[in-house]
Design a protein around this ligand. Sequence first.
Ligand SMILES: *Cc1c(COP(=O)(O)O)cnc(C)c1O
Length: 369
Amino acid sequence: MEQNNEAFNLDRNMKVHNFNAGPSILPNEVLYKASKALIDFEGSGMSILEIGHRTPPFVAVIEEARSLVRELMQLEDDFEVLFLHGGASTQFLTIPMNLLESGETAAYTDTGVWSSKAIKEAKLFGYVDVVSSSKDRNYNFIPKDFTVPPQAKYLHITTNNTIYGTQWHHIPETDVPLVADMSSDILSRSMDFNKFALIYGGVQKNMGAAGATVVAVRKSILGKVTRNIPSMLDYRVHIDNASMFNTPPVFAVYISMLTLRWLKAQGGVAAIEKINDRKAALLYGEIDENPLFRGTVVKEDRSKMNVCFIMDKPELEEEFLKFTKKEDIVGIKGHRSVGGFRASIYNALPLDSVEVMVEAMKYFSMKKA
Ligand SMILES: *Cc1c(COP(=O)(O)O)cnc(C)c1O
């Protein structure tokens, strides 16, 4: 994952180590190409923001983005890939609206803020059976021990819990269609994506810029509810219109397409997973070894995307933040519901940023010893 910074001549401070949780770091190469396209898209004399979304150059962009998702996830033909508006938060309601008849039941696991928001929306459309929850332990583990009622229309999981730093490392086996919010770990690790019936995510964490939402849905699960679905919220309408029912979020889709191209050039999901594993091992290794720091979640459920940790001496936290800021480490302040620190180490974050972070932790701890 070498990024040749000189080659891209980006006019910004290249030393910054960006651990933001989302929106978050993008590959330099993507930003460079996008900045050119903002002025002159493929030599057309027009910005990508100035061309019609139904013109062949943009249709080619969205089609490439859709097919790269399909290719990188190795999705079966039954899947359709869409780029929609409204963020993952709109999917919280679109999913039950399309899949859950009123009076029917959907099963949800409650593993954090995002899944509880998904649960809240689903309740507007049918019964929700919360089959497991780690809420009473501040979501510091993945509650894996549960059974899904056989009549459930689907089981919903949040594969990676961005705020609490937990992740499902084994996808639960179930006989009902599996629906997953993958906003913060999409395309970060290999898995059998065909085990799912619907996968969705805001793209601004791991595969692009805010404004687009990716949905991969099996056609065979649609069209089974009787309610009237508004066109903009009906997956079948978007499928029939090749993800162009209305004006798509053009620039966000373009950034995703470039990010997907970049990921493919890195060797795809399996290759990025190796690097992601190294980054996570390095950072958790330091957290476990360094007497000043402590992880906040149970080890077997640790996220390889969002690493949450605190200090045993909370009075040092401010000082550590100031110190890391001087080292150009950005975005590590923890979410208010966990406190401490959260380092998001998404696909685009280079290994050397994690090395700098670990060095900073070692140095700070040495000074304090
Ligand atoms: C960020 C995030 C969301 C919210 O996404 P929006 O695009 O802002 O609606 C939902 N789920 C997870 C897991 C997230 O990390």
